[in-house]
Ligand binder design. Structure first.
Ligand code: ZN
Length: 167
């Protein structure tokens, strides 16, 4: 399924302009407006880019592969021990520098993000699957024991799906 990316107006505003400065760390809530609701997950993987899934230190994240190198959150990921560049070897990533230590599991199959629990709550899993065009796991279709608060979720801006789980 292909969907266009929903972009917020905030993204176009000049951050250097004091009058328009927006505090992104404290999203305003309960303020009704006519903009479409902010999505729980913003599309990350764009056509023509090479991405993989990296399971490192109990964190599963999407990483972009640029010239064979692993990039996370917009910058190159390096070995946490020696700072060396990372080396993808099959389904694993090792330090390609001095220490050579194993760093974590890796897959070019982006469905691994859901398989490895990169998103834990069903709400977030569904959002990721929809935005990125993945298939949900079998277990995601199993009956659940609580009533998801879909309506609440989509009424608030920047609502973190994790907060739903704390309640
Ligand atoms: Zn190293």
């Amino acid at each position: 399924m292909t969907r266009t990316v929903q972009t917020r107006l905030v993204d176009f505003e000049d951050a250097d302009s004091p009058s328009k400065k927006v505090n992104l760390s404290k999203p305003q809530r309960l303020v009704p407006d006519k903009r479409p609701p902010t999505k729980v997950w913003r599309k990350t993987i764009n056509d023509g880019e090479v991405w993989g899934v990296f399971d490192v230190d109990d964190t599963v994240l999407f990483v972009q592969i640029l010239d064979g190198r692993v990039h996370a959150h917009g910058r190159e990921a390096v070995c946490k021990y020696c700072g060396g560049i990372l080396d993808i070897r099959g389904s694993q990533i090792f330090c390609g520098g001095e220490c050579g230590v194993y760093q974590g599991n890796f897959s070019y199959d982006l469905n691994a993000y859901l398989k490895w629990d990169g998103a834990k709550s069903l709400t977030l899993r569904k959002a990721v699957a929809e935005e990125e065009g993945f298939s949900l796991e079998e277990r995601d279709y199993e009956p659940i024991h609580y009533t998801p608060q879909w309506s609440v979720l989509y009424e608030f801006e920047d609502f973190e799906a994790d907060e739903l789980e704390k309640e």
